[in-house]
Design a protein around this ligand. Structure first.
Ligand SMILES: C[S@@+](CC[C@H](N)C(=O)[O-])C[C@H]1O[C@@H](n2cnc3c(N)ncnc32)[C@H](O)[C@@H]1O
Length: 323
C-alpha cells in the first residue's frame, strides 16, 4: 500500500459492488449509503493491501478465494446492532400470547422449535431461551426445546457461540434476569450453561431459500431488524420462505419498525395490546391481512444462490440436529 489514505470508490465501482452484494445476500445499499460501504470495505482493502476497488471486485468475482472473501466482506459490511430483551413489548406478546398457545398445542409431542433468523451475536436467541425456560419452569425437563440462531456473518456467530457479553449487550436487561441467567466475570456477563445448552448457532444466508429447508419446520420464527436492509423483492422472498417453514399454527415476529404491508405473503398481522406479530392465513379476530397469495408468486424470478447440500466450511454447520 502506498499510504493509508482512504481509497475512493467511484460511482461505477459502487454500482458493481452493490449489485454483487444484493445478488449474494439481498442487502440493498441505497445511493445515500455509499459512504458506509466505502468506509467499511476500505478497511478490508487495507487488510488485503489492495489499493483500488476494481481489483477487489475481480477478487470477489473470480478466483479460488471468492467464497472466503464474501464471508470476510459480510463480517465487515453487516450492521450487527442488538441487545438482550430488545423491544420488551414485542417479547411480551411472544411470552404471554404466542408461547402459551404453542405450548398447549404441542403438549402431546412436547417439542418446541424456535428460529432466531439474523440473530447477530446471539442475544435474541438466548433471550428467547430464557423466556421459554421461565415459562416452562420445571416442565422443561419433559420437553425437547430447540432454538437456533443463524446469521450471515461468521464473526458475530463466534461471539454468539462464546455466550460472553459486555454491559452494552445488557442495556435492556432487568437486574432480575441478569441475576437469574448470567454469571458476572469482571466486565463480562456469561450466559448460564443451561440456557446455552438450549441454543445452537449456524451460518445461514436468508437469500438462500433452498438451504433454509434443511432446518425443517419451526413453531416460531423471529426475524427482526434485518429486513430494513432488504428491498421489497428480497423481503417477499424471505417472508414467503418463512411461510413454507413455519407450522400452520406458527408465529412470525419481525422488527417493530418493519412491515409486510404491500407484500404478497401468506401471513396476516395479529394485533395485540402491546405490539404485533404474524400468523399464516386469515387468522382469528383482531387481524389485518397483508396478502394471501401463494408463497412463490412474487418471487419466482429470484433464485437461491447456494446449492442445497453443498459442503460447508463453516464451523457452525455440524452443530445442528435437523428434524
Ligand atoms: C441489526 S442485526 C439484528 C439482530 C437481532 N435480530 C435483533 O433484532 O436484535 C441484523 C443482522 O442481520 C444479519 N444479516 C444481514 N443480511 C443477512 C442475510 N442475507 N442473511 C442472514 N443474516 C443477515 C447481519 O449480519 C446482522 O447480524
Amino acid at each position: 500500500m502506498p499510504d493509508t489514505k482512504a481509497i475512493t470508490m467511484s460511482a461505477s465501482q459502487f454500482e458493481k459492488l452493490r449489485k454483487i452484494i444484493y445478488e449474494r445476500a439481498g442487502i440493498h445499499f441505497p445511493d445515500a449509503k455509499k459512504y458506509v460501504l466505502e468506509s467499511r470495505l476500505g478497511r478490508r482493502l487495507e487488510e488485503l493491501e489492495i489499493d483500488d476497488y476494481d481489483q477487489y471486485i475481480s477478487f470477489l468475482s473470480m478466483g479460488p478465494y471468492k467464497d472466503d472473501e464474501f464471508q470476510e466482506m459480510f463480517n465487515k459490511i453487516t450492521i450487527n446492532e442488538t441487545s438482550f430483551f430488545r423491544n420488551e413489548p414485542q417479547l411480551e406478546v411472544f411470552e404471554k400470547q404466542a408461547l402459551p398457545k404453542i405450548i398447549e398445542a404441542r403438549n402431546s409431542t412436547k417439542r418446541l422449535r424456535i428460529w432466531s433468523a439474523a440473530c447477530s451475536s446471539g442475544e435474541e436467541a438466548y433471550t428467547l431461551a430464557m423466556i421459554v425456560h421461565r415459562t416452562l419452569g420445571v416442565r422443561i425437563m419433559d420437553w425437547k426445546v430447540e432454538i437456533l440462531g443463524t446469521d450471515i456473518s461468521e464473526k458475530v456467530l463466534a461471539d454468539a457461540q462464546a455466550g460472553r457479553y459486555t454491559d452494552y449487550s445488557m442495556r435492556t436487561t432487568s437486574p432480575l434476569v441478569k441475576q437469574r441467567y448470567f454469571k458476572q466475570d469482571g466486565p463480562y456477563w456469561n450466559v448460564d450453561p443451561t440456557i446455552k445448552s438450549m441454543v445452537n448457532f449456524d451460518l445461514h444466508n436468508l437469500k438462500d431459500k433452498m438451504a433454509a429447508k434443511r432446518y425443517g419446520t419451526w413453531d416460531v420464527i423471529f426475524c427482526r431488524n434485518v429486513m430494513i436492509y432488504f428491498d421489497d423483492a428480497m423481503k417477499a422472498q424471505v417472508v414467503n420462505s418463512f411461510g413454507d417453514q413455519l407450522a400452520t399454527d406458527g408465529w412470525l415476529f419481525i422488527g417493530h419498525s418493519e412491515t409486510l404491508r404491500g407484500l404478497n405473503t401468506p401471513f396476516s398481522q395479529v394485533n395485540c395490546a402491546q405490539g404485533f406479530c404474524y400468523q399464516k392465513g386469515p387468522a382469528g379476530s383482531g387481524t389485518t391481512t397483508t396478502g394471501t397469495t401463494a408463497a412463490s408468486s412474487a418471487v419466482a424470478a429470484l433464485s437461491a444462490l447456494s446449492k442445497p447440500g453443498a459442503p460447508s466450511t463453516s464451523a457452525f454447520r455440524p452443530s445442528l440436529k435437523l428434524s
